[in-house]
Design a protein around this ligand. Sequence first.
Ligand code: HEM
Length: 152
Amino acid sequence: MKKESFHKLITLVAAVGLLGVAPHARSGEDTKEPEAKDMEEAMDLMSGSLKRLRRLRRDPDRWTKSAALVAEGSQIVIASMKWIPKEIEELPEGPEKIRALADSRRLMGLTLAGYAELELAFLAQDEEKAEETLDKLKEIKAESHEKYNKGE
Ligand code: HEM
């Protein structure tokens, strides 16, 4: 190939990349997770991925499959971070609302960290750590719902 044509090819490849036509994955993860239309649906999907873990207990490929399921669940947690709980949205503008917004972000962040810890526990085939992390996630869920999903 002539030097000039080669440069044209490189420019074209770079332009395609800049336009975002090239395939890319978010955070290096698989992106086959289902899309939720609102917070309620995202929460259902999050909870569903944790429930499906129980069914994998007797699967010979349990550790790998559980880790993959939790990685998928993490993507749903990330997606649910864009919604604001209705109970917070309805608060009058002011310091209480600002505090609640920060607190619910904190709880969502802890949930995401919990999912990552759980994935790591499955990758390490560490049953005790997995159980401990699931208990921690239940506590975070209980605190979050007590504060921001009182109608539960
Ligand atoms: C492991 C963590 C969590 C699990 C498994 C979980 C699970 C669920 C489930 C099953 C629902 C009911 C959805 C329905 O009505 O069909 C729900 C609703 C809800 N959750 Fe969570 N949740 C978690 C963490 C959180 C966190 C961290 C927050 C906020 C900081 C939160 C806030 C809410 C709110 C506001 C609703 C009501 C949504 C609506 O109806 O608009 N949850 N959650």
